[in-house]
Design a protein around this ligand. Sequence first.
Ligand SMILES: Cc1ncc(COP(=O)(O)O)c(C=O)c1O
Length: 334
Amino acid sequence: MTPVPHSRPWVTAEDRAAVDAALLSGALATGERVARFEAALGGIGAPPGVATDGGTAALRLALHALGVGPGDEVVLPTYVCFSVASAVQSLGARPVPADVGEDWLMGPAEAAARLTPRTRAVVAVDVFGLRSPVEALAALGPPVIVDACQALVPGAPWAGAAARVYSFHATKCLTTGEGGLVASPDAGLLDRARAARDAGKGGRLSDLAAALGLSQLGRYPDFLARRRALAERLLVAMPAALTARFVAAPRGECVFRFPLSAPGLAARTPVRGDLHGVCLRPGVDALVHRALGLPDVAFPRACARFADTVSVPLHPSLSDDELDRVIEVARALR
Ligand SMILES: Cc1ncc(COP(=O)(O)O)c(C=O)c1O
């Protein structure tokens, strides 16, 4: 029995035809398809975004466009993959991790506790597709970049954010294989990001990849609806004790991950291979503050979330049989 993967791209005959058409056209490098993809994802009424070869590169370009450089500090949640911190480090700036709240998200209190006169930007991460309190974070002063790599909602309101960055990695909501994009309501910021990308400070996306992205984007409302429908079925089937934290969290249109949480759950659960044919994973692979060698004492809730959170497969290509297996295995978690 092939294990149910934790994530899997949803690729249809339509997607394959779109990539084939790009191949046949002979236009494979950055061109007209990338321009259409950038325009579609800029945001309603916003200028076209800046497509890159990944979410990390998109974040690096957005930070660069905000003027982040050597000696600056950037506040970010510790409950996120290290590539977010590495985007900051790649500009010679210092990532300053903050604790998160009960709901996995960094709130204004956690971010405010890390602000110094050297803070040049704050990165709010919409982990699992949850919604960061962007307005409250923006009210702190420094510009806020929303890392929406796990929360692609085209046209989402800016709520005071200076920019949003997306990833189109094969595990994400919509994929171009590898890929990313900076979106912003600020045309000047985008001009600076684009100039930096074209000067080699961030990789470009190819038309071949954008062909897949455009095709997926055409079906994206179905992706979001299927994710929400699967989440509703999981919510009904799971013991309430495991879903209470997720139910209480600020969910938006995009349900990227389905986190279960109970004290010590991640420590007791096999989150590397598969468990009875279902691949479960930790909420994040590691906490940023630990990778930076900082002690746990200032990050109590992030440490608790790391120990208590397990993510179960939830992706639009899950078949009904696979969903039944996920439910069976997840219901047996203690
Ligand atoms: C929240 C978050 N930020 C940034 C990234 C980096 O994106 P990419 O792998 O496309 O560089 C990821 C992807 O793993 C992510 O989940």
